[in-house]
Write a protein that binds this ligand. Sequence first.
Ligand code: URA
Length: 245
Amino acid sequence: MTLSREQMLVEMGISPIWVRRDVPLAAGAQKPIADTVAVAEVALPVATADASPRAAGDWPTLAAEVAACRACPLCEQRKQAVLGVGDSNPDWLFIGEGPGAEEDARGEPFVGQAGKLLDNMLAAIDIVRGQKVYIGNAVKCRPPGNRTPEAAEIATCRPYLERQIALLKPKIIVLLGKVAVHSLLQDDKALGAMRGQRFEYAGIPVVVTYHPAYLLRNLPDKAKSWEDLLFARRLLRQGSTDSLL
Ligand code: URA
């Protein structure tokens, strides 16, 4: 089912619907997903003793290392490691927490209920999964019972995230929830206190917002998340304009 923009905003619990007067509405047609980094099928797994920092390398090497990783106890119960999915040359990078049961089974991030909300949030700012966006997680393996990943697990997996970012070179990074914030910004402040600010990682602007699973339990905060996405889009557009100066 394809939702209209208005339906998506309603789905996000956001009303009234504001329409910018200075830009025409984007065409609703969705193009086929192209230039997508396939992540589930990985050839030549290379066993790694740990996930220590190293040069970004290339995608096949990174994907093979993640698929074969045994650097922390999360490898024991995973079905497969979930590297991420999307455009290999994205404007946007969204980083969540870690795979849940459905993601572990399918090898793709955010394919469950939280993923549906994420897709609707993206659609509300005219982003389609796979086009100009890459979606990944702070940890690549499902924590048993969907528990929150531990600090040591987040730290062990961080070099993989760093290498992804070095390969992707996104123009903006959106951190979905506390675990992603902890991983990338190494900050444990309350998420609410970090919203609406521009952080930076390797010269890339970073914005913090709520995790979609949290939003499913706290519907009124969807409107705040919408504000955060608009803020991120402003930073992205500002960055694109600055680069022309
Ligand atoms: N939650 C996450 O943080 N990541 C996923 O991939 C799925 C749910």
